[in-house]
Design a protein around this ligand. Structure first.
Ligand SMILES: [Zn+2]
Ligand SMILES: [Zn+2]
Length: 84
């Protein structure tokens, strides 16, 4: 099993057949969990957001199709992650 970490080690992920998304970025050091073959960190990518609606409340929220993170729907900003 592959272990992925950001530069400072705060963010961590275990590889399970799929690489971490390039939009999964450490809030501390700002790097992704991905490295190129040269050992450099891959530059952070954009979230691929789609609007979803909460099944219970009907409120819209945004979901990233790459990292599967959900965001509160508040304008152009990425917003805060509701959970990860
Ligand atoms: Zn970090
Ligand atoms: Zn994302």
């Amino acid at each position: 099993m592959l272990r992925y970490t950001c530069k400072c080690g705060l963010k961590m992920a275990w590889g399970s057949g799929m690489d971490p998304a390039d939009c999964t970025v450490c809030p501390e050091c700002g790097t992704t969990l991905l490295k190129t073959l040269d050992g450099e960190f891959v530059p952070p990518g954009e979230h691929d957001l789609v609007t979803k609606y909460d099944q219970n409340t009907g409120k819209p929220y945004k979901l990233c199709r790459k990292c599967m993170k959900t965001f509160k729907n508040k304008g152009a900003d990425d917003g805060e992650a509701v959970h990860s």
